[in-house]
Design a protein around this ligand. Structure first.
Ligand SMILES: C[S@@+](CC[C@H](N)C(=O)[O-])C[C@H]1O[C@@H](n2cnc3c(N)ncnc32)[C@H](O)[C@@H]1O
Length: 329
């Protein structure tokens, strides 16, 4: 295993140039078992002193990108939500679509998910690991669209970063036979600008670049038909990183997070959406990558169903090709 620590390039985030270290799934499970079952917990926004409204702001911002991606899906669509957290998205899908299957591994978050979705008869919840979840069994017992059957939408909201490359590929391949014609897989993942960084310790996660995700996703048999920066995430992430810096500079008794966190959050929030492009751009000009973490939506279709047309579009702190697709069969 060769891992090159080019931390200075990314202000502390190291890039793996060889085979990246593997996640320890026992630690991933332990982290999520003890996560706070709040709106902010699964969004990784706890502990900064942000108001709960920060979670709602991010959700509303993400909703625009999600609605854009799912606008072609009819109300009878079946949705598979993998790694559902407390069910913020499962609830939204339940209101909009015919059937939702939500899978969450953390018992702590699952209890809230189950409670949250109990008022929707079209939602089935499962407390298990997505890698061992038996899709065939689920479809045989609860599918609504026979005989073609299958899911029209699979939502992976911040799940792939808790899986090793090999498991992402096997999970995605497992999905293909269960997708109905025209189905999409919508992923929302935290990203870095270059390479791959695997965080070790109690909080284990893999941060990958957009290019790395594109390569993993296409190796798994999918066409990446669009990639879009998650500007609401980037806005809140700037406040997270500023607050982290504040916490690292001062002794704990001076943190005053309920004030400092709110100031950071509202400072960035008031400049949204312009500052999500402007600030990373200015920081880039002075050789500083900020924020270190970004986030993107990836829309996938099983390979062979689409033709990809690349169009240049501006993105957070860099130029990147956005891919748009026309369905040909
Ligand atoms: C960043 S949170 C996102 C939650 C939710 N999708 C959202 O967008 O609010 C990631 C979720 O994935 C779950 N998770 C991670 N690995 C998993 C696995 N192998 N099987 C099932 N759930 C998993 C975690 O417990 C956590 O709830």
């Amino acid at each position: 295993m060769t891992v090159s620590q080019r931390g200075s390039d990314l202000g502390g985030i190291a890039i793996a140039e060889g085979t990246p270290p593997q996640l320890d799934y026992a630690k991933v499970r332990a982290y999520w078992k003890s996560a706070r079952p709040s709106m902010l917990g699964p969004y990784m926004m706890d502990g900064f002193g942000f108001p709960v409204g920060a979670g709602h702001f991010r959700f509303r911002g993400e909703l625009k990108a999600v609605e854009d991606a799912i606008q072609h899906l009819g109300p009878d669509t079946s949705v598979l939500d993998l790694g559902s957290g407390v069910g913020v998205w499962a609830e939204y899908f339940a209101q909009r679509f015919g059937k939702v299957v939500a899978v969450e591994a953390s018992a702590t978050l699952y209890d809230v998910l189950k409670e949250q979705c109990s008022r929707y008869p079209n939602v089935t919840t499962h407390n298990c690991d997505v890698l061992s979840f038996d899709l065939k069994d689920e479809l045989e017992h609860t599918a609504v669209t026979e005989p073609a059957g299958g899911f029209g939408l699979v939502f992976l909201g911040g799940l792939l970063m808790y899986l090793n490359d090999r498991d992402i590929a096997s999970l995605l391949r497992k999905l293909i036979p269960h997708l109905e014609p025209g189905a999409i897989v919508l992923c929302r993942e935290s990203t870095i600008r270059h390479g791959t960084h695997t965080k070790q310790g109690d909080y284990q996660v893999v941060y990958r670049s957009v290019e790395t995700y594109q390569s993993i996703l296409s190796d798994a048999g999918f066409d990446v038909v669009s990639v879009q920066a998650n500007t609401a995430y980037i806005n809140v992430q700037m406040a997270c990183e500023l607050t982290k810096k504040w916490k690292s500079l001062l002794p704990e008794r001076f943190h005053c997070l309920p004030i400092a966190g709110r100031l950071a959050y509202w400072g960035y929030r008031l400049g949204y959406p312009w500052n999500t492009r402007l600030i990373p751009w200015i920081m880039g000009k002075i050789g500083c990558e900020f924020p270190l973490l970004t986030n993107h939506f990836f829309v996938l279709r099983p390979g062979g169903q689409t033709v990809v047309d690349r169009r240049d579009t501006r993105e957070c702190g860099s130029q990147r090709a956005e891919q748009k697709t026309e369905k040909v069969c």
